[in-house]
Design a protein around this ligand. Structure first.
Ligand code: B3K
Ligand code: ZN
Length: 844
C-alpha cells in the first residue's frame, strides 16, 4: 500500500449536486441503489472519473440512463463520462452480516448500523469518498425492522420503509443509517432561533430506562453551544443510537449520532461516576461536531485536527462549566501526559497535522485530538477570550458549508486579532513535546527567569525550530502571598529571559500555571519548594502539580536508591487530605500516586532504563507508607465523605465518593481489606461496588467478591466489561499473564466485540509490570491476540498495537522479546493495511 501525502492534494474533478440512496436491507444480500448528480468542477484540472468502492458487488451501472461497464479495481471504478452534468446510477450488493470490521454497513445484535468515517462509505456504494465532496443526501430504507433512521429530517414512512432528507450538504463520511428494534427516550428542544427539535435516544428494548442521562446531557450541550458559541441546531430531529459493537466512542453523523452503548447507557446500579462523566462529555463532543465538523468539515484527512482538536477543546470547556474547572484541567493533563506525551516521545510520534499516512484510521490519535485541543487552548490564551470569540464568529460566518484547512483556521485568527501566526503554526507541523528548561537568579530586587526551549527529534524530523510557548507564571512570597498574579510570558526564542523588577525578596515561582502549554518543564527545585507550592499556590493546577512532581521525585528515589519515602512528602499529603477547604475531588486526585508508566517515562527521560517490577514494588511500598503515615485520618475521612440520600452523578457527590474510595484503598493496606469487603457488600451504586472490588483486587482477597459480582451482573455486557478489565489491569505482576490468559478462555470472552477485547487485552497492556514481564510472555500474549483480531477487525487491532509503543525504552532482554513479537506480527501473511503500517512504524 502506498502512503498518501498532504502535498499531493488536488480537488476532485466533479461536484455532486444530489445523492439519492435506496437500501433494501438483508443480512447477507443488501441491495444499495445510488443515483448521483455530478457536474464538472470548474476548480479542478484533473477530470478522471474515479469512484471509491471496496468489497462491493456491482449489479448494474448507468450514466444518464444508459448502461455502462466501468473498469473495476479493488479500490474502486473508473469510467468515461460526458463533459457536461450527468446522472450516475449504480446498484451494488453487500453483506452487512459478514462485516466484522465494523466499518461501512454492518450488524450488531440484530440491528443494522453504519460507521463511515474515515473511509467506510466506499463499502456501501461507489462514491468519491473524500471529505471535500459535499452533497445533500436523500435516503430510502426498506426493511421489516420497526425503526428505520438516516440523516436529516424524516420525509415519509410506512410499514417496512422510511424516507429521510438531509438538506445540509455533507461529505460521505457523515452518512449514517440505522435499522432495528429500538425504543426511544425522547424530549423536545426549542432553539434560540425558534426551531422545535425532537430529540430521541434509541436503545435496545432491554436497555430501556438507561438513556435519561444521555438525553439530559444532550439538552445541556445544545443550550451551552447556543450560549457560549452562538451555535444553534439546524434540523427538526436529533437522533442518537446506542450500538453494542463499535470500534470507538461515538460518531457525529449529521442528525444521527451513533454511539458505543457504553457512552449512552447508565443507571446508578450499572454505571460509575466516571461513566456518567464520559457520557456527558462524549454526548457534548458529538453534538458540538454539528458545527465544528459537519457544517464546517475538513478538506482532506490531514486536516483532521481542524475538527477534532477544536471539538475536544469545546467539550473540555463544556465539562469545565458543568463540573469543576480545576479538576477537569488536572484530569485532562493527566490524560495528555499518559497518552499524548507517551506517543510524542516514541516511534509513533507525528505532528498535529501529519504529512503522510498509509491508513488514516491510524491517525485518530491523542496527538490529533488532545494535543490539537491544547494548541487551541494556547491560541485562546495568546489572543484572549474576546479575540478568540471574534475569530470563531468569523470562522463560522466565512466557512459555513465548506471543507477547510488549518490555514483557513489560522487565517481567521490573524484577521480577527491582527496577530501574525506564522511561528505559532509550527505547533501543527512539528512533532515532539518541547522541553522548557528554567533556571533563575535574583539580584538587587530583580528576579530573572532564564528560559530555554528544545524539542527532541522525532521520526522524520531531526531538527526543530523554536515554538511559541505561552508560559503562565505567578510569583509568591515566602509567606505564601502572591506578589505577581498570573502573567503570560510568550517564549518564542530558543533562549529568552523574563525579568521581574522591584521585588523585596527572592520569590517562589509558580510556572506553567494551568498547564498553559503542552511542554515538559525542566527545573531543579528543592522538595521543600514543591511542598510549599502544594500548600500555598493559588493556581489549583499548579497546587496539584507540585504534589504530583514531589510524588514523582520520591517514587523515583524509591526505585533507584531503594530510598524510604520522604517524610516531607508524607506530611504534605496529610495536610492536603486534611484540608477541608479543598474540594474532595481535588483531595482524591492529590492522593493518587503517579502511575507505573508515568514513572517509567520519567526514568527513561533521566537516562535510566526502567525496571517495571522495581517500579511496581516501589509504588506498592509508597502506598503502604502513605497508608501508615495518614492512618489517623482515614476512618474520619471515610465517615465524613459518606453520600447519604439517593445517588446523584453530579460533581459534588462524585468527588466525595472518590475521596472516600481513596481512603478505603489506603485503609485496606492496614485492616486486611475488612472495610473494603463490607463496602462492597453494602454498595448500592456501581461506583462504590467497583471501587471496593478494585481495592480488593489490589490488596488481595477479591475471589469471593469477583464471583458474586459475576453472578449478579452476568447478564449485563457493559458491567461485565468492567469485571474483565479490572482483573487484567490489577493482577499482580507475576500472575498477570496467567490471569489474562484465563480471562481469554472464559466463555464470555466475546473477543469480536471491541469493548470486551479492549477490556481484557487493553486492560492487560495497561498493567505495565505484567505486560512487560521479563519472560516476554506478555508480549506474546498480546501479539497472538492482535494477529487474531486483525483478520476480523483491523481498525481495533491496529489501535491496540500501541501497547508496544514504549518497547524501546526497556532493557535489552525485554527489547529483544518485544521486537520479536512485533516482527512475528509483521511477518503474517494477509496483514491488514492498518496493522501493517503500525508495526512498520513501531519497528522503525
Ligand atoms: N469522528 C469520530 C471518530 C471516527 C474514527 C474513525 N476511525 C468520533 C469523534 O471524534 O467524535
Ligand atoms: Zn470528534
Amino acid at each position: 500500500p502506498q502512503p498518501v501525502f498532504l502535498k499531493d492534494y488536488t480537488p476532485f474533478g466533479f461536484l455532486v449536486d444530489q445523492v439519492e440512496l435506496n437500501f433494501h436491507l438483508q443480512p447477507t444480500a443488501t441491495r444499495v441503489r445510488a443515483k448521483i448528480a455530478f457536474r464538472p468542477n470548474p476548480a479542478a484540472r484533473d477530470r478522471r472519473f474515479f469512484l471509491h468502492g471496496e468489497d462491493l458487488t456491482l449489479i448494474s451501472a448507468a450514466i444518464d440512463g444508459s448502461p455502462v461497464t466501468p473498469e473495476i479495481t479493488p479500490e474502486g471504478l473508473s469510467c468515461p463520462v460526458p463533459e457536461a452534468p450527468f446522472v450516475w446510477e449504480a446498484e451494488v450488493e453487500i453483506a452487512p452480516a459478514e462485516n466484522t470490521a465494523l466499518e461501512g454497513l454492518y450488524m450488531s445484535n440484530g440491528m443494522y448500523c453504519t460507521q463511515c468515517e474515515a473511509e467506510g462509505f466506499r463499502k456501501i456504494t461507489f462514491y468519491p469518498d473524500r471529505p471535500d465532496v459535499m452533497a445533500p443526501f436523500r435516503v430510502r430504507v426498506d426493511c421489516d425492522l420497526p425503526v428505520l433512521l438516516s440523516n436529516g429530517n424524516p420525509v415519509a414512512q410506512g410499514a417496512g420503509w422510511a424516507e429521510w432528507n438531509d438538506p445540509w450538504p455533507k461529505p460521505s463520511y457523515l452518512f449514517a443509517l440505522v435499522a432495528g428494534e429500538l425504543v426511544a427516550t425522547s424530549d423536545r428542544f426549542t432553539t434560540s432561533e425558534g426551531r422545535e427539535v425532537a430529540l430521541n435516544v434509541w436503545v435496545r428494548p432491554a436497555d430501556q430506562g438507561k438513556a435519561d442521562y444521555a438525553l439530559d446531557s444532550l439538552i445541556r450541550s445544545m443550550k451551552w453551544d447556543e450560549e457560549v458559541y452562538g451555535r444553534a441546531y439546524d434540523l427538526d430531529v436529533f437522533n442518537i443510537v446506542a450500538v453494542d459493537d463499535f470500534n470507538m466512542g461515538a460518531m457525529e453523523n449529521k442528525g444521527l449520532n451513533v454511539f458505543n452503548s457504553r457512552y449512552v447507557l447508565a443507571s446508578p446500579e450499572t454505571a460509575t461516576d466516571r461513566d456518567y462523566e464520559n457520557i456527558e462529555r462524549i454526548i457534548a463532543h458529538e453534538y458540538f461536531h454539528n458545527w465544528t465538523g459537519d457544517r464546517i468539515t475538513c478538506r482532506d484527512w490531514f486536516q483532521l485536527s481542524l475538527k477534532e482538536g477544536l471539538t475536544v477543546f469545546r467539550d473540555s470547556q463544556f465539562s469545565a462549566d458543568m463540573r469543576s474547572a480545576a479538576v477537569k484541567r488536572i484530569e485532562d493533563v493527566m490524560t495528555l501526559r499518559a497518552r499524548q506525551f507517551r506517543e510524542d516521545n516514541g516511534p509513533l510520534a507525528h505532528p498535529v497535522r501529519p504529512e503522510s499516512y498509509t491508513e488514516i484510521n491510524n491517525f485518530y490519535t491523542a496527538t490529533v485530538y488532545e494535543k490539537g485541543a491544547e494548541v487551541i487552548g494556547m491560541l485562546r490564551r495568546l489572543v484572549g477570550p474576546e479575540g478568540y470569540a471574534r475569530a470563531l464568529d468569523l470562522y463560522f460566518a466565512r466557512h459555513d458549508g465548506q471543507a477547510c484547512t488549518i490555514e483557513d483556521w489560522l487565517q481567521v485568527f490573524e484577521e480577527a486579532t491582527g496577530r501574525d501566526l506564522t511561528q505559532f503554526k509550527r505547533w501543527y507541523s512539528q512533532a515532539g513535546t518541547p522541553r522548557v528548561k528554567v533556571t533563575e537568579d535574583f539580584r538587587d530586587g530583580t528576579y530573572t527567569l532564564h528560559l530555554e526551549q528544545k524539542t527532541p527529534p522525532t521520526p522524520g524530523q531531526d531538527e526543530k525550530q523554536p515554538q511559541v510557548i505561552p508560559l503562565a507564571v505567578g510569583l509568591l512570597s515566602s509567606n505564601g502571598d502572591e506578589v505577581l498574579p498570573t502573567t503570560v510570558i510568550e517564549l518564542t526564542e530558543a533562549r529568552q529571559d523574563a525579568v521581574f523588577e522591584g521585588l523585596a525578596a527572592k520569590p517562589v515561582p509558580s510556572l506553567l500555571r494551568g498547564f498553559s502549554a503542552p511542554v515538559i518543564l525542566e527545573r531543579d527545585s528543592a522538595p521543600e519548594e514543591r511542598a510549599f507550592l502544594l500548600a500555598h499556590d493559588t493556581d489549583p493546577f499548579n497546587k496539584w502539580e507540585a504534589g504530583r512532581s514531589l510524588a514523582r521525585e520520591v517514587l523515583i528515589a524509591m526505585v533507584t536508591e531503594e530510598a524510604a519515602p520522604a517524610p516531607a512528602w508524607l506530611d504534605a499529603l496529610a495536610a492536603v487530605a486534611r484540608d477541608e477547604a479543598l474540594d474532595p475531588a481535588f483531595r482524591a486526585l492529590a492522593l493518587r500516586l503517579p502511575g507505573e508508566d508515568e514513572l517509567a517515562e520519567a526514568l527513561a527521560e533521566r537516562g535510566t532504563v526502567p525496571d517495571p517490577l522495581a517500579i511496581h514494588a516501589a509504588r506498592e511500598r509508597a502506598k503502604t507508607a502513605v497508608a501508615r503515615h495518614l492512618d489517623p485520618l482515614w476512618a474520619g475521612l471515610y465517615a465524613q465523605m459518606d453520600c447519604p440520600g439517593p445517588y446523584s452523578p453530579g460533581a459534588a457527590d462524585a468527588g466525595r465518593r472518590a475521596l472516600r474510595l481513596a481512603a478505603l484503598g489506603y485503609m485496606a493496606r492496614l485492616d486486611g481489606g475488612a472495610r473494603a469487603q463490607a463496602h462492597f457488600a453494602a454498595a448500592d451504586n456501581m461506583t462504590d461496588e467497583i471501587g471496593a472490588l478494585s481495592v480488593l483486587l489490589e490488596t488481595g482477597g477479591a475471589d469471593e467478591a469477583l464471583d458474586r459480582f459475576a453472578r449478579r451482573w452476568g447478564h449485563d455486557r457493559l458491567v461485565m466489561d468492567k469485571w474483565f478489565g479490572l482483573q487484567a489491569t490489577l493482577a499482580a505482576p507475576e500472575r498477570a499473564v496467567a490471569v489474562t490468559r484465563a480471562l481469554t478462555e472464559h466463555p464470555e470472552f466475546t473477543w469480536k466485540n471491541p469493548n470486551r477485547f479492549r477490556a481484557v487485552i487493553g486492560g492487560f497492556s495497561a498493567n505495565a509490570a505484567g505486560f512487560h514481564d521479563a519472560s516476554g510472555a506478555g508480549y506474546d500474549l498480546v501479539a497472538d491476540w492482535l494477529i487474531r483480531l486483525d483478520a476480523v477487525n483491523p481498525q481495533t487491532a491496529a489501535r491496540m498495537s500501541t501497547a508496544f509503543e514504549t518497547w524501546a525504552r526497556y532493557d535489552a532482554g525485554r527489547r529483544e522479546k518485544a521486537q520479536a513479537a512485533l516482527e512475528r506480527i509483521a511477518a503474517r501473511e494477509g496483514l491488514s493495511r492498518d496493522m501493517g503500517e503500525m508495526v512498520d512504524r513501531l519497528l522503525a
